[in-house]
Structure formats: C-alpha cells, structure tokens
Design a protein. Structure first.
Length: 478
C-alpha cells in the first residue's frame, strides 16, 4: 500500500488500495523544464520514467546558476529512485554538486527500515530510520497521485523522506480543481495542486498524466514545461549580470543610521508583509499586537548548572547529519579550544573567536557540513554556524541554529539594510542566547531578527519570510 490517506469533500478518510504498475499506466518518457527566478531563466531540469517487469525507475537532473554576494555559482543535482511494481520505494540516490561542496545520500528500504549512507566532501555516515508506513521521495509524488481520479477538495497525505535534511515528514497535497495554464504560449487544461511540506506551500499545475506544466514557489522560483531545446537555451555568460543575487531576495532597505551596533541597547521597528509567527521562545525579541518588534541587547544570564535541561531540548546536544559533534576530530578540537574556561561566556567567546578567524567568509551554495568546513576553511554564515554548533555540542553545550535577518550598514560594504543571515544560539541557565561567529559577536548585537530556530531542517521555515518582509519605523536606542 502507498500509506496515503485521501480526505474527500465529505471529510471521509479512505485508504488508497494497492495499485499495481499495470493500473498506474506509467509510460517510458522524458520531460524537460526551464528553471526561472523572478522571471529570469537560470537553468533547466530533466526527468525520466522507465518501467520494467518488476520495477519503475525515476531519474532526474537539474543544472542552474545563482549568484550569492556577487559570486556566480553553478549547482548540479541528480536523483535515481527505484520503486517496486506496487510502487513501494526500494532504493534511491541523490546528490548536490556545488563549488566547494558536494552532498550525496543513498538509501534502501528493507524490513520497515530505511538504511541511508550520507557523504559530504570529507565525511561519510550510515544512518537507519525505522518506518511506521511506506515513504516516497518528493520527486515522484505528482506522478503517483495523478493515477487517481483527482477531484476538487481532495487532500493527500504522503510520508516523504527529505534526503537533504534526512527527515521523514508528511507532504500534504490539496486539489484545487481544473484550470487553464499557459504552456509555451498556449493555454492548456491543468489540475491545480497546492503542495505543503513543512508548512511551505508550492503551487503546481499538472496534466492528467502527471506531467508538471508549471510550478511556483513562494521565493520567486518557477519551473516551466519546455522542449529540450527550449530548456537548454539559457545564458552561460561568465559575467552573470542577468542573474539575480540570492542575497538580494532577502534584502530589506534600511534608512536609519545604525552607528556603532555594539552600543545599541534596543532596536525597534514595525514588521509587516507576512503573518507567520516569530519564534516564541526568544527571550530578547518580542513582537506586540501592533507588529512592533523590540530586540534588546543580550546580557549573559548567570551561568548556573542547577537549571536542568528540558527533555525536549536534549536533541540540541546530539549530532546531526551535517553537525558531526560526535566526530573525534570535532571533539578533540572543541576540548582544546575551550581549554580551562569554566564559564559558558568564556567558552562561547573562545569558540566564536576561533571560528570567525579560521573560516574565510566566502559564499558557498551547497549543503553546509561541519567537517567539510573544518577541512576547506571557507564558507558563509551557514558554514560558520554549523561548525560552531558542532564544536559547542561536542563540549556539552546545548546549541541550536537560527535563521533570520541581520541589519548591516557598513561591515560588508553592502547597501544599508536587513539581509538573510544564520547564527547559533546557546542554552544558558534557561535562556537561548544568540552568538554570531560570522561577525564575531558574543553575544550577538540586537541587530539580529530571528525568524526560524532549531535544527538544520528547521531553518527552511525562513522561506515563509523571504522576499515578503517589510520593515519601517526603525528606532535605535542607546
């Protein structure tokens, strides 16, 4: 069985029964798509379906170019997924190849367990996940549900494995009904779906055979069905002037002079543009009913070991697929860096100062990995954050990762404004305290607006805010 539920218009939940390959009527075929960002073509994607006597094989690749802080980078992704005749996943392989960063995840399902091998540039790991129901990878979901008679009002729940974050979570798909959509200059009949994964919505239009005609994400990315010739026809000029900078997507103008950010006691501003909630457990950041956000300068709480770590926070002491705090190299280095420092304040200062000096601030468009950063010694805020987090957890300090915006007006020679940023937070005496190893701020100045906190996977929640935030009425209090 697929392990899906369909909620009909009447609200009744029914199981999707076993569907064999003959019932699914999948054909051997290849699809091509152009990838766009804010209307500008940045790459292409190809996907193929191949049916055999005892399996269905899905493969795909994508090639696109993006700029980060003025640096043009080419990113390649590929996947290969094998399903049984009953459309249950047997195995998969997925990789991302970007300048200075390579990530590979390969896995197989056996006896209700998913066995996964994860490789980054300088690290390999084996992980096993126990499954309570069959799972799929996101790349094949549309093909599978298209085999049902889709009706407006239906909702699909599909357990999906994310190979990048290494987590299983439900993908919810709402059927909005039949519509007309433009494809290559012509209007074509389509079924409008809204996919929601980790609460992030994507609008998709497919035909009755499951071909994706158009896909729109909230960040300005689009995928459009094209011929092979059309898909491959995009600029490869080295200058990259026609490519939008990803940093610019998060940019929010700042007209107020910040002055020396280290002397700011409080930053106040009106936050608009989105209705998503801010993290609820940020002690130094508050948002009132009038959408006025107040960020106070952080004062380190008294470092007491008498405050017991809540059970739900124990996970912030553990290693993750990209935060290898249990690796001997990380543990040995962390212990050496902390040395004889006993207070959390001094330990954090030593770790942050070292990471800030050790890691060259270079944009990297890939999946960050603490061990890779330790080897390459380069990266942006994401790389600084995963390395610091691994070192801090390695010496027993609960640490989580935060994504949000930081106000800058001269440090990076950028146009004054709020920019996407990532930084860690450490748990001290019952409070989460922000640390910024990228800018070497311990604690981080009140120029940091936290939008999403938690593990590496939780950082994806910041997509709710990208290109939608409005900030005005900025007031600096010293």
């Amino acid at each position: 069985m697929f392990g899906w539920l369909i909620r009909t218009e009447s609200g009744m939940a029914v199981d999707v029964a076993d569907l064999t390959r003959s019932q699914l009527a999948l054909a051997d075929e290849t699809e091509w798509h152009g990838i766009y960002l804010k209307g500008r073509k940045i790459g292409y994607a190809q996907s193929t379906t191949h049916t055999g006597d005892d399996r269905v094989l899905f493969t795909g690749l994508a090639n696109y170019r993006v700029k980060t802080m003025g640096v043009l980078q080419t990113i390649n992704t590929e996947y290969r997924i094998e399903l049984s005749r009953q459309m249950q996943m047997r195995s998969f392989k997925f990789y991302i190849d970007a300048p200075g960063a390579r990530f590979t995840a390969a896995g197989s399902v056996k006896d209700d367990q998913l066995h996964v091998s994860i490789e980054t540039g300088h690290h390999a790991d084996q992980v096993t996940i126990s499954l309570t129901e069959p799972i799929q990878l996101p790349f094949v979901v549309r093909k599978l549900i298209s085999q049902r008679r889709l009706k407006k009002g239906q909702t699909f729940r599909i357990p999906v494995y994310d190979p990048v974050t290494h987590e299983v979570a439900d993908m919810m798909i709402d059927v909005r009904g039949e519509e007309q959509v433009e494809v290559n200059g012509f209007m074509a009949p389509a079924i409008h779906l809204v996919e929601k994964f980790r609460d992030l919505p994507t609008d998709v239009w497919i035909d009755h055979d499951g071909h994706t005609l158009l896909e729109k994400g909230g960040t300005g990315f689009e995928s459009r069905q094209e011929s092979k010739q059309q898909a491959l026809a995009f600029s490869r000029e080295k200058s990259g002037d026609q490519f939008l900078d990803l940093v610019a997507l998060t940019f929010v103008p700042l007209t107020t002079d910040l002055g020396d950010p280290s002397t700011i006691k409080q930053l106040r501003f009106r936050l608009g543009g989105v209705s998503a909630e801010l993290p609820a457990d940020e002690a130094y950041q508050h948002r009132n009913a009038d959408n006025i956000v107040v960020i106070d300068a952080v004062v380190f709480p008294h470092d007491s070991s008498s405050v017991e770590l809540p059970a739900e926070l124990v996970r912030f002491l553990r290693a993750e697929s990209v935060v290898q705090s249990d690796d001997p190299k990380i543990r040995e280095l962390a212990k050496k860096l902390v040395g004889t420092a006993r207070s959390r304040t001094e330990q954090m200062q030593r770790l942050a100062t070292w990471v800030s000096a050790y890691v060259a601030d270079v944009p990297v468009a890939g999946v960050p990995s603490a061990l890779d950063v330790l080897s390459t010694r380069k990266g942006d805020c994401n790389e600084h954050t995963v390395l610091f987090t691994a070192l801090a957890r390695a010496v027993g300090i609960p640490t989580r990762m935060t994504a949000g915006l930081v106000a800058l007006d001269d440090a990076k020679r950028l146009t004054p404004g709020f920019y996407y940023h990532a930084w860690p937070e450490v748990w001290i005496n019952g409070l989460w305290v922000p640390i910024d190893p990228t800018l070497n701020q311990v604690p981080a100045y009140p120029t940091h607006l936290a939008l999403a906190t938690g593990s590496f996977a939780d950082q994806s929640k910041v997509v709710h805010w990208i290109n939608q935030v409005e900030i005005d009425q900025v007031e600096v209090i010293r």
